[in-house]
Design a protein around this ligand. Structure first.
Ligand code: FE
Length: 160
């Protein structure tokens, strides 16, 4: 059976946890992400988030669903009393605003996130301060991969 000609090319990432440190894109102090699939057609992205000691992911609101799987370590949201531990699955519903932190006793956490739409960064009153979408993520990656020597085309393998 022939595949449809419009079909996107598949993606296989061997070594989701990369040997080459340069694959991790700096996001904020003690926070990095590693792209896996960046969908410009459907407006979502799949990445690993890595947060090391005292890292924090600023308060943000999700207009669309997020799915997460904790590969290593643990983390929590300041706004919730539960903790996502290694092996946990997390669903973040549309409308949710939260701030991700890693406990002091955790040297590193790595979580796979599937994020649809955007991350809308907000202040304590909910006013928008910044946003990220699949296009700003691609731009961040491309800038970093040029700067670190992997080159401008390195990101293309993850874009569909
Ligand atoms: Fe979130």
């Amino acid at each position: 059976m022939l595949n449809p000609i419009e079909m996107a090319k598949d993606i296989v990432v061997n070594g989701v946890l990369p040997d080459d440190e340069r694959v991790w894109v700096p996001q904020a102090e003690n926070v990095w992400f590693r792209p896996l699939c960046l969908s410009t057609r459907q407006g979502y992205w799949v990445n690993l988030l890595r947060v090391r000691k005292s890292g924090i992911l600023s308060r943000h609101r999700h207009p669309a669903p997020v799915h997460g799987y904790v590969i290593e370590g643990k983390w929590k949201y300041l706004e919730h009393d539960w903790t996502a531990t290694q092996g946990s699955y997390v669903f973040e519903p549309p409308g949710e605003t939260h701030t991700l932190t890693v406990p002091e006793d955790v040297p590193q956490m790595i979580t796979l996130f599937h994020i649809t739409g955007a991350m809308i960064y907000v202040d304590e009153k909910g006013a928008v301060t910044a946003y990220e979408d699949v296009f700003t993520k691609i731009e961040m990656c491309r800038k970093h991969y040029i700067a670190c020597g992997l080159g401008p085309d390195f990101i293309n393998q993850f874009i569909r």
